[in-house]
Design a protein. Structure first.
Length: 273
């Protein structure tokens, strides 16, 4: 694969939300020419937002693959086999294929693809669309270390990008893919608490969102463990320790651990099907 980003051509099969978030991030990370990015999908429904970024849009998956060195598979998991079979004649050892399809393992992808094609499994989450995603990828046996470094650079504007063994992908799905919904539930409950105490609902939701965003930024950017930050907010005998006690009595810690555990197990189960 070309190390000269200005020459690198990138294809996307699928023009949905994930492709949109990743294309936006790749172009923002710098070095890639938007005219060197091709996105394919059966309908033109999602094309305008890609065209606005100067990206080439086509209906032919083969066209998205044949001119590209890096190919993202961003269709629903049940379509992976169909689209790979369709583009197979155009895939060579010079290609690296990155799949974002939930539950589709490296083993399955490597069986479907010709030997020597570099394969990467990438798990983004929804905030990727707002460049605040949490992404984890695992490389297959033919994908080189340099490919990992290139992906880390290209995806850096999508959010945080980590690399790990494939066994972490399902855990990442439980923690971060599903985790987004766990945080929404918490936001909803916080806002409802404020409504109960007399605040208008829309205002309570805005403040809950900003509280979660602010807490997340402090947690990420300070590098301090959550328990330390929590301690810093607790004045002895103050409001926060009273509230935290109520959360502990309600079993929030245990319920949250179980939520990540059960979502991970479900991801593993779906991957086996
Ligand atoms: N959304 C998430 O939060 C999330 C998180 C992690 C992983 N993922 C994974 O990301 C993948 C894509 O999800 P998404 O949310 O982006 O889906 P999506 O918004 O539903 O988009 C799917 C895209 O696939 C296109 N498509 C359908 N059949 C096709 C075919 N035969 N050839 C080429 N393109 C075809 C659709 O075309 P049209 O535009 O014509 O309908 C659409 O553009 C899934 O495998 C999912 O598991 C999603």
């Amino acid at each position: 694969m070309s190390n000269d980003l200005s020459q690198l051509k990138v294809g996307f099969i699928g023009a949905g939300n994930m492709s949109y978030g990743i294309v936006k991030g790749i172009l923002k990370s710098g070095g890639i020419n938007s005219a060197h990015v091709t996105v394919s999908a059966p309908s033109a429904n999602n094309f305008p937002r890609f065209q606005e970024m100067g990206v080439h849009v086509v209906h032919s998956n083969n066209e998205a693959v044949s001119g590209s060195q890096l190919v993202f598979l961003a269709v629903k998991p049940h379509l992976i086999r169909t689209v790979v079979t369709e583009v197979l004649p155009h895939l060579t050892e010079r290609h690296t294929v990155v799949s974002v399809a939930a539950g589709v393992t490296l083993e399955t992808l490597e069986q479907l693809l010709p030997p020597g094609v570099g394969v990467v499994r990438l798990m983004p989450n929804l905030p990727c669309v707002f460049q605040e995603g949490a992404l984890l990828f695992a490389r297959g046996s033919s994908a080189k270390e340099e490919t990992g470094a290139l992906l880390k650079h290209l995806l850096s504007a999508c959010g945080s990008v980590e690399e790990g063994p494939e066994s972490w992908i399902d855990i990442h799905t439980g923690l971060s893919g599903s985790g987004v919904a766990f945080v929404y539930l918490f936001a909803e409950a916080m806002a409802e608490g404020a409504v109960k105490m007399g605040m208008p609902s829309a205002l309570a939701q805005r403040i809950a969102a900003q509280t979660i965003l602010g807490a997340g930024r402090v947690l990420r950017d300070s590098g301090k463990p959550p328990a330390v930050l929590r301690g810093e907010v607790c004045t002895p005998g103050g409001t926060t320790i009273y509230g935290l006690h109520a959360l502990e009595k309600g079993g929030v810690r245990s319920a949250t651990m179980s939520a990540v555990e059960t979502a991970t197990e479900r991801a593993r189960e779906l991957g086996r099907k």
